[in-house]
Design a protein around this ligand. Structure first.
Ligand SMILES: [Zn+2]
Length: 155
């Protein structure tokens, strides 16, 4: 064996050892339970939870968070609608945004948005308005042509 062969053999050997070491390291990588954070010591490598209790708790928490989020958004929409409706009843079609926010209006919660010419037009159910960074104006009630489905009932 010449020196070249020896170095070549040594390089291959080192690569094999390196590969083997990587393999050992990857065996030590155990997934962590998404709920409790404990290491999952058995089962498939893509397993996400250590037990059924953790899996159920994780998904129940997600459902709870989702419901809470929906409730908050619907509450904000309802509050916005009530404020806009009161403005329409008082024949006010423009108001400062700061004043509206003082009443509890949430400018980031809307049911639709579109750009009309250079204006940003928003709707809160059947009330539309134009909103700038400082002012809400052109508040109007629009008629909605709801066609949800043949057998749908609006309660
Ligand atoms: Zn767990």
């Amino acid at each position: 064996m010449c020196i070249f062969d020896f170095l070549m053999f040594r390089g291959i050997f080192a690569a094999l050892i390196g590969h083997k070491m990587d393999y050992k390291i990857s065996l030590r990588k155990m997934p962590v339970c998404l709920e409790c954070g404990d290491r999952i010591r058995y089962g498939r490598t893509d397993k996400k939870f250590c037990c059924d209790t953790c899996r159920a708790k994780y998904y129940n928490d997600q459902v709870r968070v989702s419901r809470l989020y929906k409730r908050r958004v619907l509450g904000a929409l309802s509050r916005n609608y009530e404020i806009l409706e009161n403005l329409l009843r008082a024949s006010v079609d423009a108001v400062d945004l700061v004043e509206l926010e003082g009443l509890g209006f949430s400018p980031g919660v809307v049911t639709s948005y579109r750009k009309v010419n250079r204006h940003d037009e928003y709707t809160c159910f059947d009330i539309k308005y134009i909103m700038t960074p400082t002012r809400v104006s052109c508040i109007k009630k629009i008629s909605l042509n709801l066609q949800i489905g043949k057998n749908s009932k609006i309660l």
